[in-house]
Structure formats: structure tokens, C-alpha cells
Design a protein around this ligand. Structure first.
Ligand code: GLN
Length: 427
């Protein structure tokens, strides 16, 4: 921790609170929409899930304009500031039980996350000049993300369900305001990062002179985004199909108490907090290229689904499946996520051409946004094809895609000439 810049911790807490508000809202949204009490809208399940899919998809897809605006005009720092302000307004609108305001609020939140999420990640990357430390920095940052998510699913979910939806939404708003305060207060530690091209005094002409290597790097990033799409499409079954599977077919009784299915949603964040450091330490000993790590992560998410196949087979013979399958499945999914998500953020900030880092971060998050939407469609197919077939299909698709990437990892790495980037970057 000592050899990390102070700015990292400003970004850590800003993003922790932003994620707190996002995951808190996400945890409540469907429950609120289908609820007939405490001012819930009493929608059908399918409609509620569709709105959730659209919302979570749009949140990340808007990272494309967010990244472009930052690259071209504002720079990451001002974009994060504006995104944070939009989020504060949006979350507070959610506190009022007014249906029109509700939709306006969701739009503010979508725009706010689009402005904030890719650009705060870019800022983390800018804090570092050395890849090994940058990777470690992103793991720490990622733990902040999951600390926010973990606290949110426990507190906002509880407050919303117990005391009233709008109290839960307000709590999310307070979290976001804290995040914004941290970011404003911490500007003194962020003077040298997140500035726009003009502030960095680079000649405008040089902005988009892309060399052959730059183009190769963009091509490699494009290929990686396709693989990453497959990863997140599989991973994001967590909130949908796996959540429903836990609810409907899993014996959740522990010591005479039936654990609510939604509580399983915090396992992932809990595992990240427990194992983030372990995975980082592992990579420090076993040197592996970023591209290979992404291949391994995609294979691991597939391996995780093997346990869901096991669960489905047990259910077919015994009527219900045991709890441990979910714990194993989520464990592999989480380790896979740690091989992909912080690694991808770090890698993009390293190899994307300077004038396009924000746009590439945006494209990365957009890939995850499209994957969220695809995940919902895949999950819905279970109604026709059965869970066993869907889980088996996800094993095959993920393991194949990850293995393919591993086979070509060396060649792709050569194309990027990424080793040359290690030298000559100013501290
Ligand atoms: N869970 C991570 C976050 O909230 C990654 C999300 C994503 O990339 N779609 O930042």
C-alpha cells in the first residue's frame, strides 16, 4: 500500500461510493418494481427484468460517449466530476415517489455512470508508469469497487426492503454524495492526472497520428473485447438465471433458517475482497501476459458452470440441489473475474494510444453492457431448453473461447509490441 500514490485512495473511495450507490439501486430495482406494497409499482416479473436489463446495459453502453467526450474535450477529471454531479441528482430524484421523476432519475444515472466509470478507470491508469505497479493498483481499485458493492447489497437492500423503497434509494444517494465530496476534496492529490489533451500541452496535430503499431494495438483490443463479451455474458448469469436457480431449486436451509436467495448476490464481492490479494500475489510470482490471463479467466468462468451442471443433475435425481454448488461456481467465476476485469482496465490504460484511452475504456465497458443484455437473453432461453442445457452450453462456449485466446496469446502479444512500452515513460 505504501508504494501506491495517494491519488489511488482518492479514486478508490470515490469509486467505492459510486459503486455503493449503483449496486444498491440495482439490488432494489426489480424488487421495487414488482412489489405491491410500500409504493412499489406492482409490475410483472418479465417487465421488471426487461427494465433492469435495459438499465444495466445502458449504464455501460453510455461509457462510449463518456469516453469520447473525455478524450476530445473535457479530459477524465472533469468528466468524472460532471458524472458524479449527475449521479447525485439522479439518486436523489429516486428518493421521491414520483413515477415521472423515476424515469428522469434513471436517465441521469445512466448518463452519470457513462461519464464517470470509464474515466475514473483511465485516471487510475495515469497514476502509474510501471506496469507491475499499475496492475497492483488496479487490483486495489477493484477491491474498492467490490467493497462498495458488498456494503450496498447488505445495507441498501435491507433498508429498502424493511423500511421502504425510497429510504433505500436515498441511502444510495447519500453514498454518492460522499463519493463526490471525496473526489472534490482529493483534487490536491490528482493534479497530475486526468487532464485533457490541451492541458497536457500536446500538439493538436499529434492527437490522432496513429502508427502501424497503434493500429495493431487497437485490433488486438477489439479481439479482446469479443472474448471479454463472452466472459461477461456468462458471468452475468449471476443476477438472473443463477439467482432464480438459487431461489427455486436450491435447498437454502442452514441451521433451520432459509437463507434468502438475494443474499447469494454478495458472495461474489465477498470473494473478491478475500481473494483479490491472493490472485495479485500469485501473478507476482508466476509471470503471465495480460492476454493469457484473460484467456484463463474466460476458461475459469466456464469451469464454474460445471458446478451448475452438477447442481442441475443433482436436482434432476433428488428434486433439489445442495448449496455448495453455488459457492463453488461463484468461486471460479470470481477468480475468473479477477483474471479479466482489473487486468483489462490496466492493459487498456497501458496499450491504447494516448488520445484514445478514454474511448477504449468506454468501448470495454460497452462490451460488458452488451454482454449484460445478451446474458438476459441467454438466461431466458432456460425456460425453453432447461437449465442443464444452458449451463452446459456456457461451459462449452467459455472454455472454447478462452482456450482459443490462449492459443493465440503469444502472437497477439507480439502484434502489440507491448514490451516496448515498459521503457521511457516518465515517472
Ligand atoms: N463489477 C465491476 C464493476 O462494477 C465490473 C463491471 C463491468 O465491467 N461491467 O466495476
Amino acid at each position: 500500500m505504501k508504494n501506491h500514490p495517494k491519488g489511488l485512495f482518492i479514486l478508490f473511495f470515490t469509486e467505492m461510493w459510486e459503486r455503493f450507490s449503483y449496486y444498491g439501486l440495482k439490488a432494489l430495482l426489480v424488487l421495487f418494481l414488482v412489489s405491491k406494497t410500500k409504493g412499489g409499482y406492482g409490475w410483472g416479473e418479465a417487465e421488471a427484468l426487461s427494465l433492469l436489463g435495459l438499465f444495466t446495459g445502458m449504464v455501460y453502453i453510455m461509457s462510449i460517449p463518456g469516453g469520447i467526450i473525455s478524450d476530445r474535450w473535457l479530459g477524465p477529471k472533469r468528466s468524472v466530476m460532471i458524472g458524479g454531479a449527475l449521479l447525485c441528482v439522479g439518486h436523489f430524484m429516486m428518493a421521491f415517489p414520483d413515477p415521472t421523476l423515476f424515469y428522469v432519475a434513471l436517465c441521469f444515472i445512466v448518463a452519470g455512470i457513462g461519464m464517470l466509470k470509464p474515466n475514473i478507470s483511465t485516471m487510475v491508469g495515469e497514476l502509474y508508469t510501471e506496469q507491475k505497479r499499475r496492475d497492483a493498483g488496479f487490483i486495489i481499485f477493484y477491491m474498492g469497487i467490490n467493497l462498495g458493492s458488498f456494503l450496498a447489497t447488505l445495507s441498501i437492500g435491507f433498508v429498502g426492503e424493511t423500511y421502504g423503497w425510497h429510504y433505500g434509494f436515498s441511502l444510495a444517494g447519500f453514498g454518492m454524495v460522499l463519493g463526490q465530496i471525496v473526489f472534490i476534496w482529493g483534487q490536491r492529490y490528482l493534479k497530475h492526472v486526468g487532464n485533457n489533451l490541451k492541458q497536457r500541452q500536446e500538439a493538436p496535430k499529434e492527437r490522432l497520428k496513429l502508427s502501424g503499431t497503434d493500429i495493431n494495438r487497437l485490433v488486438v483490443l477489439g479481439i479482446l473485447f469479443l472474448v471479454i463479451f463472452v466472459f461477461w455474458m456468462s458471468f452475468e448469469q449471476a443476477g438472473g438465471l443463477m439467482n432464480l436457480y438459487a431461489k427455486k431449486y436450491t435447498n437454502r436451509v442452514v441451521f433451520g433458517w432459509e437463507v434468502p436467495a438475494s443474499m447469494f448476490q454478495s458472495i461474489n464481492a465477498g470473494y473478491i475482497l478475500l481473494f483479490g490479494g491472493v490472485v495479485a500475489a500469485f501473478w507476482a510470482v508466476r509471470k503471465t501476459s495480460a492476454i493469457a490471463k484473460m484467456g484463463i479467466g474466460t476458461i475459469l468462468v466456464g469451469v464454474g458452470f460445471l458446478f451448475m451442471v452438477g447442481a442441475s443433475m443433482q436436482r434432476a435425481s433428488a428434486g433439489q440441489s445442495a448449496l455448495y454448488w453455488l459457492f463453488f461456481a461463484y468461486w471460479f467465476h470470481t477468480i475468473g473475474e479477477l483474471c479479466i476485469s482489473p487486468v483489462a482496465l490496466s492493459y487498456i490504460s497501458k496499450i491504447a494510444p494516448k488520445a484514445l484511452v478514454g474511448s477504449m475504456m468506454g468501448a470495454y465497458f460497452a462490451a460488458t453492457g452488451f454482454a449484460n443484455i445478451a446474458a438476459a437473453e441467454v438466461g431466458k432461453l432456460a425456460g425453453k431448453l432447461g437449465e442443464l442445457n444452458i449451463f452446459s452450453g456456457l461451459v462449452i462456449v467459455s472454455v472454447l473461447t478462452g482456450s482459443l485466446l490462449l492459443v493465440f496469446a503469444q502472437r497477439l502479444k507480439k502484434m502489440t509490441r507491448e514490451d516496448e512500452l515498459e521503457e521511457g515513460i516518465k515517472e
